[in-house]
Design a protein around this ligand. Sequence first.
Ligand SMILES: [Zn+2]
Ligand SMILES: [Zn+2]
Length: 136
Amino acid sequence: MASATSFPRQQPLLQLLQQADGELSAQELHQRLRATRHSTGLATVYRVLKQLQQAGLVRCRKLPSGEAVYAPVDRDEHHLTCVQCGLIQALPLCRISSGSLGLGAVLLQGFRPLFHTFEIHGLCRRCQQHEIAGNE
Ligand SMILES: [Zn+2]
Ligand SMILES: [Zn+2]
């Protein structure tokens, strides 16, 4: 079984994700790796990303475009995505992992969570205003 200890903190992909401002796709990671001495094939990038996820070090979420983006698990970020203009805003806090509001042992039924994703899709403020203006 993969454990956090099987990955040194200096794992190049993990380091790149930790240094990045935001989430990165496998393609972006592949490109950034090419600028370092750890250049590797895209297939290897996907394989290592999967191992990092299984070790509970990296989480992944799918963008509306279907593309998967990755970030370190300790960065617990969630987003509001506007389906009309594509605006993405960060949620100020996570209700899932914030203490007693989080998932209790009863809900998890013995399942050991490694990471979670939580996204809200809808209409941003501006697009709602456009909608109202358009109806007049
Ligand atoms: Zn919008
Ligand atoms: Zn969260």
